[in-house]
Ligand binder design. Sequence first.
Ligand code: 3PG
Ligand code: MG
Length: 399
Amino acid sequence: MSVRALDDLLAEGVSGRRVLVRADLNVPLDKQSGSIADDGRIRAVLPTLTALRDAGARVVVCSHLGRPKGSPDPQYSLAPVAARLGELLGADVRFATDTVGESAGAAVDALGDGDVALLENLRFNAGETSKDAAERGAFADQLAALAEAYVDDAFGAVHRKHASVYDVPARLPHVAGRLVLREVEVLSKLTGEPERPYVVVLGGSKVSDKLAVIEALLPKVDKLLIGGGMCFTFLKAQGHEVGTSLLEKEMIATCRDLLDRAEGRIMLPVDVVAAAAFAPDAGHDTVAADAIPANRLGLDIGPRSVAAFAEVIGSARTLFWNGPMGVFEMPAFAAGTRGVAEAITKVDGFTVVGGGDSAAAVRALGLDESSFGHISTGGGASLEYLEGKTLPGIAALEN
Ligand code: 3PG
Ligand code: MG
């Protein structure tokens, strides 16, 4: 990656200049209370914001949250994030109740040197995610008008061809922030010549979401461990019945082909926790992976699988993990994710946790973040990076 870095911008002097920072403050919110369930992504952008403040910049932060449909939707307001960001910075964060309108203009005008404002959710504007370049461009013009320079520190969103990620850097002097630089530096170690054994652990619900990364990683890894909802389509491809577990019928043939080509390098669970319903208090038993009852659905990998996975994980010198092994938000189905995560903390080598969900799981399960080599803030972004795809947000910085 050959891009200009935040330090280059700081060296030019930013005192008194308005700097637009695209951050990924798309944090998980507690469904009941609406409060921030995990503030990891907010903390991850603090080094960039602090460096800009210390240099006297007038910092205008923007982000998306969730997937609102191009117009204001209060459940996706960034207001709680502004409050948390203020606490973490130990400074007032001025919150604009719109993204590029009157409130945004006023918030930016009121900034003194070293002050910070946060704009309302980018995705309250149809132009942000539009596939139409002109519509995106019109919104990017409005965003760019708020500042004199642009910093991309939203690693979790660099795989999106969105106005704030892709079109704004074409309109302003642009640099990569500290988080983006660090993420790319770490992930590039996995795409180069990783020390072997190189083990990848994938979970999450859908094979279709992970197909490209499985294809890309298969020739490179020594072992690919698969858990989470997506393991059932693989088990089905092996000829097992999976009851009412998550199943992508149209992917069964693809999974069979992957298993053939993997020549034993793909490892699946040997037992699963099968429940009567998708509910925290559902009755459940551990059953062999080839004996899931017709009226049950698998919600976690079982203890024999955890032990088998842990043994392979323990042998790794390089390890990448994306996606929970089960429904870890429900305590009855968290043991698989916890067991795998704990095994990863003991690896004598380089470990990377990728993905908003896996990173949140690490913290929700009370594991020590410092026992992982790197916890990426990017979910889709880290996977697409590993696939070797051109990421629009990075490409835009390179121009
Ligand atoms: C993420 O959570 O993966 C990023 O914030 C990107 O969000 P998106 O998948 O809604 O584009
Ligand atoms: Mg996502």
